[in-house]
Write a protein that binds this ligand. Sequence first.
Ligand code: ADP
Ligand code: MG
Length: 551
Amino acid sequence: MAEEKRQFQAEVGKLLDIVVHSLYSNKEIFLRELISNASDSCDRLRYAALTRPELLADDGTGFRIRLIPDAEAGTLTIADNGLGMDHDELVANLGTIAKSGTSEFLSRLTGDSRNDVSLIGQFGVGFYSAFMVADRVTVASRKAGEDAGWCWSSDGKGEFTVAPAPDAERGAAITLHLREDSREFLEAFRLKTVVKRYSDHIAIPVLLKDGDKDEEAINSASALWTRPKSEITPEQYKEFYHHVAHAFDEPWATLHYKAEGAIEYTGLLFLPSTKPFDIFNPDRKQHVKLYVRRVFITDDCEELLPPYLRFVRGIVDSQDLPLNVSREMLQHNPILAKIRTGLVKRILGELKRKAEAEDGDYLTFWDTFGAVLKEGLYEDFERREDILDLCRFRTTASDGWVSLAEYLGRMKEGQEAIYTIAGDDLAALKKSPQLEGFAAKGVEVLLLTDPIDEFWVSSVGDYKDKQFRSVAAAGGDLSKVKTDENSDEPKADEAPTDEIATLIEAVKLALGDKVKDVRASERLTESAVCLVAAEGEMSMHLEKLLRAHRQ
Ligand code: ADP
Ligand code: MG
């Protein structure tokens, strides 16, 4: 079969352009990306071979990633003996971007390199980073279990070719034709330094032949989470986080622990410091990878963590699950359910510890992921109290974040409930006429602006025996709140009740069926009137949200 020529998907072309131009100052990361892919591929083959051992027949289980510099040809080859790619996978994986949200992501790129670098950091550039150092990249690959290999080749300028490669070995060999200014990556010393820096934690040996010496592993080649905590540096944790999460930011928190007892597993979990661009995707997928006794099983195990903790990254390595665990077995699996309970407890416990430290660090987390965590308020009944403890709010009494404990501590004598008001915009909410009566009595109100707030407020009920109550439904409550001695609450001009009744009738007549009811209220002190949602009816805000969720 002859060589076949194809176009990159438009998005790839655009991404390639940005990668090559804006990440250039940090070009050594190409090696991390290619080694990371090679390692993923070996992991996948190891797992596939648990049920299909014949896949390993031709090249055994000695997984390795080989770095082959060729000074004469000016090329560096990164060769793995993992799962490899067949013809269609080469075309799809290296010619298109399947990630959801890609178009939206690309539309946010501005051409300003500082902004773009941080965005790309969150998105991950992967394979295409090869073009930072190479003006031509070829990928020779043979998929495990197949006879025929293929060679993909491109100069990264809009087109690629695919041709048969009868001699390709199992796995993938990525050959980089290094640009003039990137020849440093032919030097063993340079390669060793970069591998140590970014890929030391890779569990598969990265081999390099340095001159006349024998080929040797230049990384530690043991799974990071199996090493004692005391022997792991913060740098190494960070690099592992980057690898496992496809992220580029600093981890905000790192949890590394071994659970022992009825269920044994190791968890190495990270909380990111920046919001992943797809955190509000409708799939709400969790992102912790499952291993069984160091063998990668899946990165798509919904049972491992609830959706409201989907910002967590990392791995869980179980001692108890069988190695040949299948997707079906993972559903309703009692061992997995126990691991999940343990993980949730650990993560919420760590958040609690951080929240209690009161050094302000917790608030950066809350700012980033609070809206996600709050989904747990109505999805995880058992943990509701714990999650409420972790919640922070904007309120009428403070410019900072307020915990419910602080709120309770400031409640007025006679105040029965925790008052809330919900809307899209903090500044607009603060000006709401509905708050006037509360302000006059010095009663603090939670200002809820996250879409999710409407859901939990209506279902959570109470916190430490105090009901959550919308100010719209709480007009009558205020009369029970004792007025402060020094309050500047204006004395209400007592209007005769029959005059109010006449006024109300007149207003009703004028507005007709544009409103459901017209009532006197004591929640206003400055404004003459305000609009409120009828009690027991969905607010407009909630209606909008439900519609968004159903799409
Ligand atoms: P990501 O690793 O985030 O999926 P990449 O751009 O790094 O994105 O790689 C794109 C895809 O190409 C991978 O998901 C994988 O399917 C495929 N791929 C890349 N390198 C290899 C490799 N060495 N062996 C097998 N498949 C690979
Ligand atoms: Mg990758």
